[in-house]
Design a protein around this ligand. Structure first.
Ligand SMILES: Cc1cc2nc3c(=O)[nH]c(=O)nc-3n(C[C@H](O)[C@H](O)[C@H](O)COP(=O)(O)OP(=O)(O)OC[C@H]3O[C@@H](n4cnc5c(N)ncnc54)[C@H](O)[C@@H]3O)c2cc1C
Length: 424
């Protein structure tokens, strides 16, 4: 029997790392063009996109607008919170991207005028474009959970954007006394990386089991079902018996308000006081997407799944977490695949060719302890104006431990491959 038994005929999971590495760029035979492509946001989506554009047509004038000189990655940041990894392993510079001929402007885009095709920057300068790709990731909806605003995040970190928030949560867990309660508040979808709250709870449990074994984790959840539920629950039972309690939506887990002054979290059915409160609130597309007019009343950007063109604004494409085009999850893996497909579509459109039908592969590894991981993956293609999942795979529920060890290794290679692909 295969080490990884899958729910579909094709061995999707086993091929993930190889697929990410070998994703060849569709290579339209385009006329060499000096069109101006501006990309806003230098995360997994934007960084992958600018590199792909330059590879398809070196003559394109590609500009990346990103305020941070170093990108801090979310995947594996849960290991930073659990003290298993240094934050430096999450940081990537734009040097390789610059060396490849992309102009990188270290500014925030603050305005977009689709009529004149101009991006306004925080320093007052502006930049013209022929086509614009928005890849601003998510913003936290600070208006969605009573009591949770930017000030509250300094006391009850979300750590849903990696960096200072990640380190704050790590510090709070390190400072907590043995016997304390960590509450993780998980939002309803759609949200960035749906399995990540449960990976986080698992890795915090690993830290507590070693350092503060009388402590407890409560997950207050706005959902009933969670991704890879049986795999997570089995791992919790096996590795952290009695340590993690998940309160689902129908058991009263939906959080209705928080009070950062007392670290109190109120749900439909009662209230909890936490020593450490990790509140992951509802999210929306990065703010600039709304300023561009690309966001609808869901808070996300509807797109055409073949070209990633905004359904609301001309000459603007949206990729990564900010876009909404069907069942494809909000993950770094998806953002990277979308970025390449979008780059190919943009190059085709500029040269007057028909964009090819994309076929995207997304994969997500969940590490629940050192040397213990499982994964899920999917292949997505446009169908009826949205992305549909045409194949999916998941790790088997009853696999021996050595399979979890192998998947933990594969998770590490996946991270190396995807970050090298995005940042060089
Ligand atoms: C804890 C955690 C664990 C995760 N683990 C995984 C995992 O194991 N596998 C996986 O595939 N995914 C994982 N993810 C999800 C992954 O991090 C995101 O899906 C991915 O980063 C989305 O890429 P993006 O390019 O859309 O956004 P981002 O990577 O967030 O990049 C957005 C960029 O846009 C910039 N930006 C925003 N606004 C502006 C503006 N106005 N002007 C200029 N720049 C701007 C930001 O500074 C940022 O650099 C995880 C997420 C979390 C929170």
């Amino acid at each position: 029997m295969d080490a990884l038994r899958l729910v579909t005929r094709r061995n999707v999971v086993r091929g993930i790392a190889a697929s990410v590495a070998s994703l060849t760029l569709p290579c339209p035979s385009i006329a060499q063009s000096a069109a101006r492509i501006a990309v806003v946001g230098g995360g997994f989506g934007g960084a992958s996109c600018v590199r792909a554009l330059k590879r398809i047509d070196p003559k394109l004038q590609v500009t990346l607008i990103e305020p941070n000189r170093t990108f801090t990655a979310c995947p594996f940041s849960n290991e930073v919170i659990a003290g298993l990894r240094d934050i430096e392993a999450q940081r990537f510079s734009y040097d390789r991207i610059i060396a490849e001929g992309v102009t990188v402007i270290a500014q925030t885009a603050v305005k977009i005028d689709p009529q004149t095709r101009m991006v306004g920057l925080a320093d007052g300068q502006s930049l013209g474009y022929d086509r614009l790709v928005l890849a601003p990731g998510i913003d936290i909806r600070f208006d969605a959970l009573p009591g949770y605003d930017e000030e509250a995040a300094a006391r009850m970190p979300h750590a849903w954007k990696a960096g200072e928030q990640t380190l704050l949560l790590r510090k709070q867990i390190e400072a907590m006394e043995d016997g304390g309660t960590v509450v993780v508040v998980a939002p309803a979808g759609p949200s960035r990386c749906p399995p990540a709250p449960y990976e986080r709870a698992s890795l915090i449990a690993h830290y507590l089991k070693v350092k503060k074994p009388r402590s407890k984790i409560i997950i207050l959840d706005a959902k009933d079902a969670i991704p890879q539920q049986r795999l997570f629950e089995n791992a919790w039972h096996e590795l952290y018996p009695g340590m993690i309690e998940r309160v689902s939506l129908s058991k009263g887990g939906r959080v209705t308000s928080v009070d950062p002054a007392t670290n109190t979290i109120v749900t439909d059915f009662g209230s909890y006081t936490a020593e450490v409160a990790n509140v992951i609130p509802p999210q929306k597309a990065g703010r600039i997407a709304g300023i561009a007019g690309a966001v609808d009343n869901t808070g996300w950007c509807p797109i055409d799944p073949v070209t990633f063109a905004s359904k609301l604004v001309p000459d603007i494409h949206v990729i990564g977490d900010a876009c909404f085009g069907g069942v494809i999850p909000k993950s770094a893996s998806a953002a990277n695949a979308e970025a390449k497909a979008c780059a190919a579509a943009v190059a085709s459109l500029i040269s007057g060719q028909q964009p090819a039908m994309p076929r995207l592969i997304g994969a997500c590894y969940n590490t629940v302890a050192p040397g213990y991981a499982f994964s899920q993956s999917g292949i997505y293609q446009p169908k009826d104006g949205m992305f549909a999942e045409i194949e999916s795979g998941t790790s088997p529920v009853d696999a021996p431990r050595e399979v979890r060890v192998q998947e933990a290794d594969k998770a590490q290679s996946w991270y190396k491959t995807i970050t090298a692909d995005a940042f060089g």
